[in-house]
Design a protein around this ligand. Sequence first.
Ligand code: SF4
Length: 83
Amino acid sequence: MAKYRIVYDRNACIGAAACVASKPDSWKLDDENKAVLNGSTEKDGKFELEFEEPELQKHLEAARACPTNAIHIINTETGEELV
Ligand code: SF4
């Protein structure tokens, strides 16, 4: 299991694109002006992606930049929600 997980709530996204600006290799906007998390899988209506330590800072930046708090980052070892 990877050390961190992104949980993205597409319903909360308003298309502000701050995530795209912070981490363009992971986020893009689709035709509905909603963010898409590259490589993620849908689970219980939310999109999840696991990743390792080297990507943490950039993913944190993107999550913190989101005006609607649609992006959460969880430490999968401790269960702590970082954002
Ligand atoms: S920053 Fe938040 S609201 Fe803006 S596009 Fe990304 S997920 Fe959506």
